[in-house]
Design a protein around this ligand. Structure first.
Ligand code: FAD
Length: 358
């Protein structure tokens, strides 16, 4: 871009992996404002390690002010967007040349890093005091939590209740059955086809009723079901018509929201037909940042095309050394995929991408 070229105003909504990476990649060339209700990026891959080891959160929660050197951060929610500006819960009206929407899942809970660390400490206390823990949900979050507990606290009993007919359904049946066997060997009591009725439990009884009428006794539970997509704020705006039936934004090949030349979307909020993963949110951010730079220079620029991931890939960590991985050449469980993910859960790698020490 020529030194005299005008710096474009870019508003990025959402400070998860997709939004944080987009803001970082664009802050040198544009005037970037990031809107996020937290003062930090929570590297999601590290979340369950923080439950068994709260000090892990010192590195896996990264203040937006730590990695953003030029971009401005507004601590709040985007409440409304038009084709020219975004209105926030703090009352700010932010005019933009380009808008990047990265509001993957809804945010509930603390807005500061310090409060989030306290939350992990109290979850850790709850876990340490419990002899028997019930995990509700056998997707990647529930399975990773079970793995963390059985490795760090082998003396504790774990029950894993899952409504579906196999664990980690986002990967293929091989990954599910290998994971099932590994958890069984670690004495996890796995209950498939079981939904837990949380209204049934009282503080004094600690008995949970399931959809089949069974009861599970446990000292505490962790709810590990998927979070809701954060798109309700767009429903009655100009972007409402671009939401699909699941509340995701329909985008074109260049990751522009359909019908809008200057509004992009990245990460879990997109309706791209591929697995929803943080590493893909990062790839979306690269394509979008590049396209914003190209359009800033010349509105008629040829744009970069995003190629969706054809075959689902993923690594689910099982404690500190082992993981199960579905990769293009096959599905394996053991220390080889564990070396890729389980020790540091991609925290150092993510921090490096943001220009920080690992
Ligand atoms: C425990 C766990 C382990 C995982 N492991 C892996 C892994 O190993 N590899 C992998 O690739 N993926 C993994 N994932 C999936 C990955 O984390 C998600 O795909 C990724 O976080 C999506 O990023 P995102 O930026 O699109 O959305 P999110 O991370 O959901 O971020 C959305 C952001 O938008 C903010 N927001 C919401 N609404 C608003 C609003 N109205 N205004 C402003 N801000 C708003 C939220 O506060 C949040 O900061 C894992 C997920 C979890 C939970």
């Amino acid at each position: 871009m020529s030194a005299l070229a005008e710096r474009k105003r870019v508003v990025v909504v959402g400070g998860g992996i997709g939004g944080a990476f987009s803001a970082k990649l664009l802050e040198d060339s544009s005037d970037v404002t990031l809107i996020d209700p937290k003062d930090h990026l929570e590297i999601p891959y590290g979340q369950l390690r923080c439950t068994v080891q709260p000090d892990f959160a010192e590195r896996s929660l990264v203040l937006h002010s730590e990695y953003l050197k030029k971009a401005r951060h507004i601590l709040g929610f985007a409440e409304c967007a038009s084709v020219t500006e975004v209105v926030t819960s703090t009352g700010d009206i932010l005019p933009y040349d380009f808008l990047v929407i990265a509001t993957g899942s809804t945010h509930k809970g603390p807005s500061t890093k310090a409060e989030r660390i306290k939350e992990f400490q109290s979850e850790n206390k709850k876990l340490k005091e419990a002899k028997k823990t019930l995990i509700i949900g056998g997707g990647p979050v529930g399975v990773e939590l079970a793995g963390e507990i059985v490795v760090d606290f082998p003396e504790k009993k774990v029950v894993l209740a899952h409504g579906g007919d196999r664990l980690i359904e986002f990967l293929g049946p091989k990954a599910s059955s290998k994971t099932f066997s590994w958890l069984k060997k670690k004495h996890v009591d796995i209950r498939l086809h079981e939904k837990v009725n949380l209204d049934s439990v009282s503080a004094s009884s600690h008995v949970y009723t399931t959809s089949s009428g069974d009861s599970i006794e446990a000292d505490c539970h962790f709810l590990c079901v998927g979070k809701k997509i954060s798109s309700s704020w767009m429903q009655s705006t100009v972007l409402g018509e671009n939401l699909d039936e699941n509340g995701r934004l329909k985008v074109d090949d260049y990751l522009r929201v359909e019908g809008h030349s200057n509004i992009f979307a990245v990460g879990d909020i997109t309706a791209i037909k591929e697995i929803k993963q943080g590493f893909l949110a990062g790839k979306h951010a690269e394509v979008v940042a590049d396209n914003v730079k190209r359009l800033s220079q010349d509105p008629d620029s040829k744009l970069n095309v995003y190629k969706p991931l054809a075959t689902p890939m993923g690594i689910v960590s099982l404690g500190r050394r082992i993981a199960v991985a579905q990769l293009p050449f096959g599905t394996i469980l053991g220390w080889i995929p564990g070396m890729l993910k389980s020790k540091d859960l991609f925290v150092g790698k993510t921090r490096k991408t943001l220009g920080l020490n690992s």
